[in-house]
Design a protein around this ligand. Structure first.
Ligand SMILES: [Fe+2]
Length: 210
């Protein structure tokens, strides 16, 4: 009987030893399970918001593009605001009301872009003089206060903003849904701005040439 039990115990012992060694090897070779946030930290995304981009988004490049748009939004805000203060001519009150409303909404765009830049771990443009260096659309000072000229100038700026945000939509589509959604919302407002201004310009031209 002992002749049977002894080899059996030896075989069982070898199997147990192999199991232990296999467990050690697995523990050393299989990467530890990480949660979603730990995986994202490798890409320097913001961990607090859970709003990290997906796919192969280059976050540094995205922040640069958002800072360009951020600079443009400050210019857009100022162009509307200062325009509302100096505009002269027929239909002036209606134009002032629209310019003031648009200035407020451009300021909201500034805040939206600022928030997203910070969420991505970036730094918003800190120096106003850098707005000129980074701007996509530039800044048209309303040197002529004529109501027609002011409206035309702002329509031109809105068209440029629409082009800029269309490009940004293409860049973020299927890569960063959070930024994409923000940009889409801003773009919709810029389109409405342009339509408002165009309607107001048409009315003002009719009033000027009855
Ligand atoms: Fe805007």
């Amino acid at each position: 009987m002992q002749q049977i039990i002894r080899p059996l115990l030896i075989v069982i012992g070898i199997i147990m030893l192999l199991s232990i060694i296999t467990g050690w090897v697995a523990a050393l070779t299989i990467p530890p399970i990480t949660n979603h946030q730990e995986q994202m930290s490798d890409n320097s995304f913001n961990l607090q918001t859970g709003s990290a981009p997906i796919g192969d988004t280059n976050v540094e490049k995205l922040v640069k593009v958002l800072n360009k748009a951020y600079s443009d939004e400050w210019f857009a805000y100022h162009q509307y605001w200062i325009g509302s203060k100096i505009v002269r001519g027929p239909n002036k009150e209606a134009v002032i009301a629209i310019l003031t409303l648009h200035a407020t909404e451009e300021n909201q765009h500034v805040v939206l872009l600022l928030t997203r830049i910070i969420q991505l771990g970036g730094t918003p443009v800190l120096e106003p003089r850098d707005w000129y260096r980074l701007t996509y659309c530039g800044y048209d000072a309303p040197t002529d206060p004529d109501v027609i000229k002011v409206l035309e100038q702002n329509i031109k700026s809105e068209q440029c903003s629409i082009n800029m945000y269309n490009n940004l939509l293409v860049e973020t589509r299927d890569k960063d849904p959070v930024t994409y959604t923000i940009v889409l919302g801003i773009l919709q407002m810029e389109v409405e701005h342009k339509e408002d201004l165009q309607a107001l310009l048409d009315d003002t031209i009719v009033m000027t040439n009855p």
